[in-house]
Design a protein around this ligand. Structure first.
Ligand code: PHE
Length: 350
């Protein structure tokens, strides 16, 4: 029996020295310590021994059993550690100090044109204002002489939020706040209100080459004593010739907006087809670029300004349209598509 025990012990040591992975080690464990394992068999074989022998041999087998259990557990630990090291060594090497291999980004064409317009208007003494995209019904409509249920609201298919606020459907939504912000300077110090406020606008539109549900406008207002339509035309023409770096062809048509009186549509000749007619200009040769007009007395009043004493003009420049004209973008959807390949073609030409 003792020989058998020594043989099992020697065999186990040989196998443990050769084993290379956890699955094989588990097989070894079962082969020695399992129900039918060779160490378990040694214990079972004791039944034929004398009481004395049983005591002596039993002790030896139990020691072997304990040693085998410990050695297998130790080996398991060792193999697991080796597997972790192997995995770590097989990972690609990273050097965190190497600069990222990214191409330099570019400005969105709307940003480029917006900045250019801001620069031009600033040079003519206008302040640039920022305004939120979520506004109240009062700001977007009521303060602009468009009461609730007025049919003029149908001109702008608006996204309403559950709390009654809405996504601004035009930059005119900031007019009231601007008048209130600057009226004291106007009334007390005689400083004209001259402000532009670019911003993103939202309307529920069926999209096509020239309509998008998200687009940019740039609103401008000027209020002072004796402001007239001539002032409006002067500022618009100066700005557009600067943007296009040439004298652009414009035309004024009457246009209706409840917050201006009289109101106009300022069109520029389509730069994509040169006035011949194409899908971008709805085959008319003209692009509606800038609705404008003299600020309605009710709108001035809502902003705390006396319309008997002061007059002003307002315009809502279609920034997105202007970008299409300037860069010859045929489809408005390309601007919101997020294609870096398309958008990265525009670079700051300043
Ligand atoms: N807010 C108008 C629109 O988006 C445009 C506009 C602005 C008209 C200012 C007149 C004066 O339809």
């Amino acid at each position: 029996m003792n020989e058998k025990l020594n043989a099992v012990k020697a065999e186990l040591e040989k196998e443990l020295a050769a084993v290379e992975n956890a699955a094989d080690l588990e097989n070894i464990r079962v082969a020695y310590l399992g129900k039918k394992g060779s160490i378990t068999e040694l214990l079972k074989g004791m039944k034929d021994l004398s009481v004395e022998e049983k005591k002596d041999f039993g002790q030896k087998v139990n020691i072997l059993k304990g040693e085998a259990t410990d050695k297998i557990a130790e080996k398991m630990q060792e193999l697991k550690q080796k597997e972790i090291e192997k995995e770590i060594n097989s990972m690609p090497e990273f050097d965190l100090s190497v600069p990222a291999n990214l191409e330099r980004g570019s400005y969105h064409p709307v940003t480029l044109v917006q900045r250019e317009c801001e620069r031009i208007f600033k040079s003519m003494g206008f302040n640039v204002e920022d305004y939120s995209e979520v506004v109240t019904d009062y700001e977007c409509f009521e303060a602009l002489n468009i009461p609730k249920h007025h049919p003029a609201r149908d001109m702008q298919d608006t996204y309403y939020l559950e709390n009654g606020q809405l996504l601004k459907s035009h930059t005119s939504a900031a007019q009231n706040a601007i008048y209130k912000k600057y009226k004291d300077d106007l009334i007390n110090e005689g400083k004209p209100i001259k402000a532009i406020f670019p911003g993103r606008c939202f309307r529920n539109e069926a999209t096509d080459a020239c309509h998008e549900n998200t687009f940019f406008q740039m609103e401008g207002v000027m209020v002072d004593k004796d402001i007239s339509i001539s002032n409006l035309i002067f500022f618009m023409k100066s700005m557009l010739s600067e943007v296009f770096k040439r004298d652009v062809k414009v035309r004024l048509r009457p246009g209706f907006f409840p917050f201006v009186e009289p109101g106009f549509e300022l069109d520029i000749s389509c730069a994509i087809c040169g006035g011949e007619g194409c899908p971008s200009c709805k085959h008319s040769g003209w692009l509606e670029l800038c609705p404008c007009g003299m600020i309605h007395p009710e709108v001035l009043k809502a902003g705390g300004i006396d319309p008997e004493e002061y007059t002003g003009f307002a315009f809502g420049l279609g920034l997105t349209r202007l970008v299409m004209m300037k860069y010859g973008v045929k489809d408005i959807r390309d601007l919101n598509g997020g294609s870096l390949k398309a958008l990265s073609q525009f670079t700051d030409d300043e």
